[in-house]
Design a protein around this ligand. Structure first.
Ligand code: GZL
Length: 355
């Protein structure tokens, strides 16, 4: 801590020296005492705020939209220098990247953690280096929450319960015996907050409404892996009614697997169709599939964290401490217009009907 603050003080002194020398030159020039050669252009001191961003990877449309939002926000025109790193979904890469950010003395570290556990050591090093850490999207599970300054993201368990309540409303409306409904869960990256929350939301609904959670598999939030695990499940089970995909890219893979097996996709499970529900709602492809009824319900997961993180940094720059946790508001999409709203914990959530 002492070393780094000395370094920061040296940087500050250099800036002061530079400003003073510019003032002296300008004063002497004004008095005609010194002639600044026309060719000499004083190097503009770029006073950019340096942000080091450690991103999970590029595994999904949501992730790419999240990355783009950060890159669109932290531009030089807006007064920032963004150092971006894609971890290819490996925590070890993120830890190495954060250590590089510390060595480069960035002003802020933004971390989108691939999974919740294993951050105490490296975030302690960032704290030692007196560099604020902002966590986005998924959360970190640390022994001391002073190891990060703020978090902004979604309430993933609520997202799961919203889909659960929508399914319940659908079964009741269509007089489907819920106890007989067989659901398979294609999970996201195990240990990610979004996986823990969405799977948790499904478990709560399944217990409440007596659904049969037939099987689960890890789809890793990717289309390829989801197609693979869904193919295996179709080879094993001939009574799947609903596939609960923990993101849209998994849903794309599940649709490929079901159609390759010659089976029908849709909400009419009484007639043997297999219903698909999903999360994110970021890509045109997902919205189109929802309009066609191939995805019956999508819980929105908003990826546009760039402006939110910028607001947090601007507060911290002014010495104002923002809320520790900031949850974003999100909708639910469906083309089935007989369900206009659902309730979770007595709070009503309107459905955005897709035409
Ligand atoms: C959710 C985010 C998830 C998305 C997936 O906030 O963590 O990770 O739902 C992405 O698409 O891979």
């Amino acid at each position: 801590m002492e070393y780094i603050s000395i370094m920061k003080r040296i940087k500050l002194n250099n800036t002061i020296v530079l400003i003073l020398s510019v003032c002296i030159v300008l004063y002497l020039t004004a008095c005609g005492e010194a002639k600044v050669p026309d060719t000499q252009v004083l190097e503009e001191t770029e006073d950019l705020v340096v942000v080091g961003f450690s991103q999970v990877g590029a595994e999904s449309d949501w992730r790419n939209a999240n990355t783009q939002s950060m890159k669109d926000t932290f531009t030089r025109e807006n007064g920032y220098e963004l150092i971006f790193s894609d971890a290819q979904q490996k925590q070890s890469n993120q830890i190495t990247t954060i250590r590089t950010f510390i060595q480069r003395e960035v002003d802020y570290i933004v971390l989108a953690p691939v999974t919740e556990d294993g951050w105490d050591t490296v975030l302690s090093e960032a704290k030692e280096a007196d560099i604020p850490v902002i966590v986005v999207d998924r959360q970190v599970n640390v022994s001391d929450d002073s190891l990060f300054d703020c978090w902004v993201g979604s309430n993933f368990r609520l997202e799961g319960e919203k889909v659960g309540e929508w399914l319940h409303r659908y079964f009741v409306q269509n007089e489907i015996d819920e106890a007989g409904v067989n659901i398979v869960n294609i999970k996201g990256t195990l240990g990610a907050s979004s996986q823990i929350g969405r799977s948790g939301g499904l478990s709560i609904s399944a217990r409440k409404y007596n659904w049969n959670l037939l099987a689960e598999a890890e789809g890793e939030y990717t289309q390829a892996r989801a197609r693979e695990v869904m193919t295996n499940l179709l080879n094993k089970y001939d009574n799947i009614n609903v596939v609960y995909c923990e993101n849209d890219n998994e849903a794309f893979g599940v649709i490929e697997a079901i159609e390759s097996a010659g089976l029908k996709i849709g909400p009419d499970i009484a007639d043997g169709q297999i219903m698909i529900v999903s999360f994110d709602g970021v890509s045109e492809q997902a919205i189109e599939l929802a309009k066609e009824g191939k995805i019956s319900c999508i819980a929105e997961c908003n990826p546009l964290h760039g402006p939110r993180v910028r607001k947090i940094i601007e507060s911290l720059e002014k010495g104002v401490r923002p809320e520790k946790f900031e949850y974003v508001d999100e909708s639910i999409y469906s083309s089935i217009d007989s369900i206009r709203e659902i309730q979770v914990d007595e709070k009503a959530y309107p459905i955005t009907i897709l035409k």
